[in-house]
Design a protein around this ligand. Sequence first.
Ligand SMILES: *[C@@H]1O[C@H](CO)[C@@H](O)[C@H](O)[C@H]1NC(C)=O
Ligand SMILES: *[C@@H]1O[C@H](CO)[C@@H](O)[C@H](O)[C@H]1NC(C)=O
Ligand SMILES: *[C@@H]1O[C@H](CO)[C@@H](O)[C@H](O)[C@H]1NC(C)=O
Ligand SMILES: *[C@@H]1O[C@H](CO)[C@@H](O)[C@H](O)[C@H]1NC(C)=O
Length: 256
Amino acid sequence: MDEWVREAEVWVGQAERWIRQQPPEQVYVAVAVVAVTVLLLVAVSCLKSSKANTIVLSGLSGSGKTILFYQLRDGSTHQGTVTSMEQNNDTFVLHSELERRGKVKPVHVVDVPGHARLKPKLDEVLPQAAGIVYVVDAQDFLSTMHAAAEYLYDILTKATVVKKRVPVLIFCNKTDKVTAHSKEFIKKQLEKELNKLRESRNAISSADITDEVKLGNPGEAFNFSQCQNKVTVTEGAGLTGNVSAVEEFIREYVKA
Ligand SMILES: *[C@@H]1O[C@H](CO)[C@@H](O)[C@H](O)[C@H]1NC(C)=O
Ligand SMILES: *[C@@H]1O[C@H](CO)[C@@H](O)[C@H](O)[C@H]1NC(C)=O
Ligand SMILES: *[C@@H]1O[C@H](CO)[C@@H](O)[C@H](O)[C@H]1NC(C)=O
Ligand SMILES: *[C@@H]1O[C@H](CO)[C@@H](O)[C@H](O)[C@H]1NC(C)=O
């Protein structure tokens, strides 16, 4: 042990002598190089860990979006005592993963209110999105279909979404298995509505809209597979806590 200490002292002494022999500029340069390298490494690792881990929950108000937020975080609906006017914004470990052993990476989930006048909020959060969940009410679908398609159109034509190929999950929120529409039906109807919207919106001059990308292939009936980003349609039930489709989506894009 003593021998090691003595040897180490000898090494340190030699290093000191060597440094003193160097012209001071060279020592400064060496120190600067080391410092810059360390800073770069720190910056890179910061960037890596802040790499988009945000999941954006969107949809019309009343679609079941806020319940979905609580199911993901708490595994409970809080019996509908919560309002969706406020923006839910939290970073947490998915409730379904609390029991899992080992380290699980938390997810940042932002629930953007569905009210039209709060739309600008969406522009704020979309650039950070690793994935977007769009909630559709499968029960009341026909009466809300037009508004739901308009909102979805806004998301699917956002330059930040398309250029970064942010995946979109359309989640059909069902309660009653008998009367709710199937996800296949909802998918077809949304595609039709988006196709109509595309025609009416393309007619409006889009010269001054720079953050928008055209939807689908021109001259072909629109369907989701024409989107540059991946769009999938799944179903589940916010009310009974069957949100596994959303959990799987989150873990596909925010690695645990
Ligand atoms: C979707 O979820 C909300 C909240 O649970 C609920 O009020 C609404 O009725 C749901 N819609 C369907 C079809 O389940
Ligand atoms: C979410 O909350 C954090 C911390 O409170 C804040 O810095 C961030 O801007 C919020 N994000 C949104 C989209 O509101
Ligand atoms: C979607 O559109 C593309 C291009 O128009 C077409 O090739 C494809 O068959 C369509 N898919 C479905 C499922 O309709
Ligand atoms: C949850 O929803 C998925 C997708 O609809 C379905 O396949 C699954 O059977 C449901 N699970 C339960 C427990 O209801």
